[in-house]
Design a binder for this molecule. Structure first.
Ligand SMILES: Nc1nc2c(ncn2[C@@H]2O[C@H](COP(=O)(O)OP(=O)(O)OP(=O)(O)O)[C@@H](O)[C@H]2O)c(=O)[nH]1
Ligand SMILES: [Mg+2]
Length: 206
């Protein structure tokens, strides 16, 4: 399992984490990578079922972890259930290059432990309010990549994208931020580039 890159995807409820998984997986497969997915939900396997149904990946490569308690516990304090799921995927698919691990929807303080992931993405959306980057939060500050999703909704919810861009640059002077509309695919190419380069993803690492 040591050679398989584990990629975390966290962020508030409904920001577009599963949509990002559904968008990124085909790009990674196109780049020649062997991919698997783990989703975390509180008491269901709803997101795993959705990714399986999406047709973007062999359904057997998608596992669900039902966290039961606070979503961040399973990605930070006690990642054992996620590590066990990752190990199971590695045993079943011995060519894996990367496992995407979607956290359950959480708050702005959610972070991943480096015991679980090598690289992680924090997803917020414009409908959550354009003041979120100004208010910061540990997830937004520390993630390897910040995704500001649903830019198509900004005019409808009165979110000022320019001020969001400025505040993200202040909050994250070194680490990258990408603005996306994952329903249309806007920003997806840039997002994929950051993930492949940032997580040092190369096909056939095993
Ligand atoms: N307009 C618009 N809608 C989006 C975009 N990305 C996702 N959505 C929609 O937002 C809703 C929530 O997306 P999900 O991907 O389920 O969000 P999530 O973060 O995985 O949600 P939880 O796992 O429940 O926390 C869905 O109805 C998506 O279709 C986007 O860029 N623009
Ligand atoms: Mg989800």
């Amino acid at each position: 399992m040591a050679d398989v890159v584990r990629l975390g995807i966290g962020g508030p409820v409904g920001s577009g984490k599963t949509r990002l998984v559904e968008s990124l997986v085909p790009e990674l497969i196109r780049a020649g990578l062997s991919v698997a997915v783990i989703t975390n939900d509180l008491v269901t396997d709803e997101d795993a079922q959705r990714v399986r149904r999406s047709g973007v990946i062999d359904p057997e490569r998608v596992l669900a972890v039902e966290t039961g308690a606070c979503p961040h516990t399973a990605i930070r304090e006690d990642p054992s259930a996620n590590l066990a799921a990752a190990q199971r995927l590695c045993r079943t698919f011995d060519d894996l290059d990367v496992i995407l691990i979607e956290s359950g929807g959480d708050n702005l303080a959610a972070t991943f432990t480096s015991d679980l992931v090598d690289y992680w993405i924090f997803v917020i959306d414009t409908a959550g309010g354009d003041d979120i980057p100004r208010k910061k939060g540990i997830g937004l500050l520390q993630a390897d990549l910040l995704v500001v999703n649903k830019i198509d909704l900004a005019p409808r919810v009165g979110a000022d994208l320019d001020s969001m861009r400025r505040d993200c640059a202040v909050a994250r002077p070194v680490k990258p931020t990408v603005f996306t509309d994952l329903n249309s695919g806007q920003g997806l190419a840039q997002l994929t580039e950051h993930v492949i380069e940032g997580a040092m993803l190369t096909a056939g690492t095993r």
